[in-house]
Design a protein around this ligand. Structure first.
Ligand code: PMP
Length: 405
């Protein structure tokens, strides 16, 4: 199917505006994606017509909301092909999902002297929760390095695993270098030793949704806002066999079966891990966002992003003194770079003055900055609604800024 991306772009009203008197060129999609009108409409419609707290009321609106919330769970289940709806836990985002597993899996399965393996390519959200766990349990964090192209040294993974390894936690796609990691190999290597694997899908979910049953990963986590959905909603997929054995992460209403001062019993999955009032409107709108990308065809969107990536890579490479970090063969539409003699913060600020929105700094990946020995980078990240003209605008803006130094 060939799509009319110019027409599709109109689904995103926020893109049609000026900043500093220049047309907005939004190239910060890896930080968060913009929302199509259908998602915005869903949020408004829900607050206007249906809003009521879920699971609590005997009344019509409470039932409607509960049903919509559970339908959204089913949409997520289908999108990643989880075996059961109860294996889909709604959280507030990737960060909370990783923390939930680090705490709860950690309580059940990690003890002194055990090991957790992450990679050098991780976002802080997939490092710090494991460091906290290791500190709490006197366990050790081990790190799989990446090479100069930003590709994980997968051949070294098996050597890092031991009898004491309790979990491998790695990202599906790097937010800084765009590298698509060989998640099937990671799972295969770890599973040979019966070690479970958590995949941070924050950057993978919009481009390459996993079939979690086929991939056989034990946990897959992501945020709604990276896939054209709202902020404040996220997902933890976990295999029932683990989730059943893990203690609750947070206590409160709805996650219980019965509360007595002599002792409390907990609710079944997924509610055991969903205390308090969840972000049910966020969940419903995430369901709408997933329906939206599926209606366009996720594969079509990935192809479009590759076109923009290839064009932008060629353009940026033609700029003298510009260095691109991470040139994996398999990468998403993310380009992190520096221009000799220009601090990334200055570059970002000047690009902003020209209407071009990019991210600068360390991108929550200090180890990647340390690897390359740089204080920060500038990152342009593309979504399917970006255009060739916007790539050109980035290129021209960079040439102009270079001329100022
Ligand atoms: N992991 C990766 C790879 C990410 O890109 C991000 C967001 N930048 C996160 C984790 C954290 O996601 P959130 O802030 O939505 O919890």
């Amino acid at each position: 199917m060939s799509l009319d991306f110019r027409k599709i772009r109109k689904d995103f009203p926020i893109l049609d505006q000026q900043v500093h008197g220049k047309p907005l060129v939004y190239l910060d999609n890896a930080a968060t994606t913009q929302k199509p009108q259908v998602v915005l409409d869903k949020v408004e419609e829900f607050y206007l017509k249906t809003n009521a707290n879920i699971h609590r009321g005997a009344h019509f609106m409470a039932n409607e909301t509960t049903e919509a919330f559970e339908e959204a769970r089913e949409t997520v289940r289908q999108y990643i092909n989880a075996g059961e709806r109860s294996e889909i836990i709604f959280t507030h985002g990737t960060t909370e999902s990783v923390n939930l597993v680090a705490f709860s899996f950690g309580e059940a399965f990690v003890s002194e002297g055990d090991e957790i393996v992450v990679s050098e390519l991780e976002h802080h959200a997939n490092i710090v929760p494991w460091q906290l766990l290791c500190e709490r349990k006197k366990a050790t964090l081990k790190v799989l390095p990446f090479d100069e192209n930003g590709v994980l040294k997968i051949d070294e993974l098996d050597g890092l695993l031991s009898e004491r390894t309790r979990l491998v936690a790695m990202n599906h796609v790097s937010n800084t270098l765009g590298t698509i990691n060989p998640v099937d190999k990671i799972v295969e290597i770890a599973h040979k030793r019966n070690i479970p694997v958590l995949l941070d899908g924050a950057q993978g979910i919009a481009h390459y949704p996993p079939d979690v049953q086929k991939l056989d990963c034990d946990f897959y986590v992501f945020s709604g806002h990276k896939i054209y959905g709202p902020t404040g909603i996220g997902v933890l997929y976990g295999k029932r066999k683990w989730l059943d054995q893990m203690p609750p992460f947070m206590g409160g209403g709805e996650m219980i079966s019965e509360v007595k001062f002599s002792g409390t019993t907990f609710n079944e999955l997924p509610y055991k891990f969903e205390p308090g009032t969840p972000n049910y409107i966020g969940a419903v709108a995430l369901g709408t966002a997933i329906d939206y990308v599926q209606s366009l065809g996720v594969d079509n969107l990935a192809v479009r992003e590759q076109e923009l990536l290839n064009l932008a890579t060629a353009k940026l490479k033609s700029i003298e003194g510009l260095r691109i970090f991470g040139e994996a063969e398999n990468k998403v539409g993310v380009i992190s770079f520096e221009i000799e003699g220009i601090h990334s913060f200055d570059l970002g600020t000047l690009l902003d003055q020209l209407g071009v929105a990019v991210r600068t700094g360390r991108m929550c990946t200090d180890p990647i900055m340390d690897h390359f020995g740089v204080p920060g980078m500038t990152r342009a990240s593309f979504a399917f609604y970006n255009t060739e003209e916007e790539v050109e605008a980035l290129y021209k803006a960079l040439i102009r800024i270079k001329g100022m130094f």
